[in-house]
Design a binder for this molecule. Structure first.
Ligand code: ATP
Length: 312
């Protein structure tokens, strides 16, 4: 659906987006994740045709951003970070106005407004003035605006920024529902946001893509290892290192200092693909050591994000 090649944006001599290559399939919900200043908004503005790239190409279906930016704009609904709404207008009048600008008339217009009211949960607020709405409700009006022409692709820049936890969940649910039938690209610097809403996460740092995949893919790609901590009574570090080190999938055994007499704590490093807990237990059971602790730490998206964007 979307093919991006060598996408680059310079602001004077500062490179904000640096040779990004990307393919997005129809129906994906993609999260562009990165710290402040990573280049997310700049990338989205180029994708939506609001900025011309300094270099590179964006193709949406059969259209290129250089020759057919209007056709691309028609395929994409865009909700910028601060949705520009006419604050003094009634929600219904505002959406009616947007529908007219988009060329909808009479029956088609009324049908679309009713669909959007249901889709974005606006039924109760259609007759309220926009400026009296909470930020979460304003965001829903912005979403309805972006969805007016029933675009195939929806691009959302930080859609939950500044919302309270209940509003975040509500907007996420609407995005998920929309994503059942559309391609959605959203930017966020909130990890839980990307994890909860997106099928695929692209981590961007200093204008470059540094990771791309599902949460599981990313943890598998980046998480080269998992750690299991165990605590044993009546065991020596040497014997434990030898016995546990021989278990399949175990890469290293690191004895740790313990405050408690007679308790030996060890950190067992396993490869990311192996769940070694059952084999570890069997290896310990074959001895006269007493197992008093076992806990597993996996690499989370948060640790991956911090590793990949640490210099920021
Ligand atoms: P945030 O999460 O803070 O919105 P972002 O990932 O969306 O950040 P961008 O807004 O794309 O990042 O900015 C990328 C870099 O480009 C930043 O260093 C920013 O200061 C710079 N930048 C953005 N817009 C302009 C502009 N119009 N002129 C000059 N520099 C800009």
């Amino acid at each position: 659906m979307i093919h991006v090649e060598g996408l680059t944006k310079y602001y004077d001599d500062f490179c904000a987006v640096d040779h990004i290559d990307l393919d997005i399939k129809g129906g994906e919900i993609v999260g562009l994740l990165g710290p402040n200043g990573a280049g997310k908004t700049t990338t989205l503005r180029m994708l939506t045709g609001y900025f011309q790239p300094s270099m590179g190409d964006i193709r949406v279906k059969e259209f290129s951003i250089h020759q057919d930016s209007l056709a691309i704009k028609r395929l994409i609904g865009y909700l910028p970070e601060s949705a520009p709404l006419y604050k003094g207008m009634i929600v219904y009048d505002y959406l009616n106005h947007v529908a007219s600008i988009r060329g909808l008339e009479n029956g088609a217009k009324q049908r679309r407004l009713a669909e959007l009211a249901d889709m974005c949960g606006l039924r109760e607020i259609m007759h309220k003035t926009i400026e009296t709405l909470s930020k979460g409700l304003k965001q829903r009006v912005g979403l309805a605006h972006a969805m007016m022409s029933d675009p195939e692709i929806l691009v959302l820049d930080e859609p939950t920024s500044g919302l309270d936890p209940n509003q975040i969940v509500e907007i996420r649910e609407i995005i998920r529902r929309i994503g059942e039938h559309k391609t959605v690209i959203l930017s966020t610097h909130i990890l839980s946001e990307a994890e909860a809403t997106c099928d695929r996460i692209i981590i961007i740092n200093r204008g470059k893509i540094v990771a791309d995949g599902s949460t599981q893919d990313l943890t598998a790609q980046q998480g080269r290892e998992k750690q299991i901590q165990i605590g044993l009574l009546s065991a020596s570090a040497e014997a434990v290192t030898a016995q546990i080190g021989a278990v399949p999938g175990i890469m290293r055994v690191e004895p740790m200092a313990s405050q408690e007499d007679n308790l030996l704590r060890v950190n067992v490093i396993c490869d990311a693909q192996t769940d070694a807990r059952a084999d570890l237990y069997a290896a310990i059971k074959a001895t006269d050591w007493i197992l008093v602790e076992m806990s597993r730490e996996t690499q989370t998206l948060e640790t991956i994000f911090r590793e990949l964007t640490r210099e920021n």
